[in-house]
Design a protein around this ligand. Structure first.
Ligand SMILES: CC(C)(COP(=O)(O)OP(=O)(O)OC[C@H]1O[C@@H](n2cnc3c(N)ncnc32)[C@H](O)[C@@H]1OP(=O)(O)O)[C@@H](O)C(=O)NCCC(=O)NCCS
Length: 206
C-alpha cells in the first residue's frame, strides 16, 4: 500500500539562500555536528522538545552512538539534516515509526529545528519534504503525526504548508517554570490529504 504524491507536495522552488544547503539523511559521519545542533535546540527551546537539555548534554559519545543506532537510524526511522557546503549541519528533523503491528501505519515527525541564522529561508519546509518523501516510500505507512506548542506559529505554518492539519489540542501539555503550554496535534494523511478522516480545513472534526 503506497500513497501517491499529491500536487501540493511536489518539489518547491528554492530561494538562493536555501539552495546553498543540501537536505541529506544523517549518517554516522554527520552525527557529531548534528548532535551539537540538537543540543543547541534543546538548550534554546526547552518548550519545543521533550528531551531535557541536561539529559542530552550528559550523554557520552558511546550513549550518543547508541541513540543513533537504536532510534535515529533504526529500522525505518531516519533523521534528515540541512547541511551547508562546508559540512555544517544547520537544520534537522526526525521521522520515527512504531514496532507494534497495529501502529505500523503511522509515523511521528520529531525534533524539527533550524539554527536561528538560517531561519526564514524555507529550510524547515525542505526538511519536512524529505521526511514526508521518506515515509511515502515505506510500504504500509499511511499517516504522519506531529505535536507542537500551540503558540509556535512558525512551526504550525510550516507544517500546514506541507499539508498537515490540526486535529486537536491538549491543554496544559507542559508546565515550564510555572507557565502552562497547550500542544496542538497535527496529522498528514498520506493517502487522503487535506480533509481525511472527517477533518475539515479549519482543523476541527466534522
Ligand atoms: C520552527 C522552525 C523550525 C521554522 O524553521 P524555518 O526554516 O525558519 O521556517 P521558515 O523559513 O518557513 O520560516 C518560518 C517563519 O519565520 C519567519 N522568519 C523569517 N526570518 C526569520 C528569522 N531570521 N528568524 C526567525 N524567523 C524568521 C519566516 O518569515 C516565516 O514566517 P512566514 O511563514 O510567515 O513567512 C524554526 O523557527 C525553529 O527551529 N524554531 C525553534 C524550534 C522549534 O520551534 N521547532 C519546532 C518544534 S515543534
Amino acid at each position: 500500500m503506497t500513497a501517491t504524491v499529491p500536487p501540493h507536495l511536489e518539489q518547491r522552488p528554492l530561494s538562493e539562500s536555501s539552495a546553498a544547503t543540501r537536505i541529506v539523511p544523517i549518517t554516522r559521519d554527520l552525527l557529531e555536528p548534528c548532535w551539537q545542533l540538537r543540543l543547541r535546540a534543546l538548550k534554546d527551546h526547552p518548550e519545543a522538545f521533550g528531551q531535557p537539555y541536561d539529559e542530552a548534554a550528559a550523554l557520552t559519545p558511546a550513549d550518543i552512538l547508541q541513540t543513533f543506532d537504536t532510534f535515529w537510524d533504526f529500522g525505518d526511522n531516519q533523521v534528515f539534516g540541512a547541511v551547508t557546503g562546508d559540512g555544517n549541519v544547520v537544520g534537522m528533523t526526525g521521522v520515527a515509526g512504531w514496532n507494534r503491528a497495529k501502529m505500523r501505519h503511522r509515523m511521528d515527525i520529531w525534533g524539527v529545528y533550524v539554527a536561528p541564522e538560517y531561519r526564514g529561508r524555507g529550510i524547515s519546509d525542505r526538511l519536512l519534504d524529505a521526511a514526508i518523501a521518506h515515509a511515502r516510500r515505506i510500504d504500509g505507512v499511511l499517516q504522519l503525526h506531529f505535536q507542537v506548542v500551540s503558540s509556535n506559529h512558525a512551526a504550525l505554518k510550516s507544517y500546514e504548508r506541507s499539508g498537515f492539519v490540526r486535529w486537536g489540542r491538549m491543554p496544559r501539555a507542559d508546565i515550564i517554570d510555572g507557565q502552562a503550554l497547550d500542544n496542538d496535534f497535527m496529522v498528514l494523511m498520506l493517502d487522503a490529504p487535506g480533509d481525511g478522516m472527517g477533518i475539515d480545513p479549519e482543523g476541527t472534526f466534522s
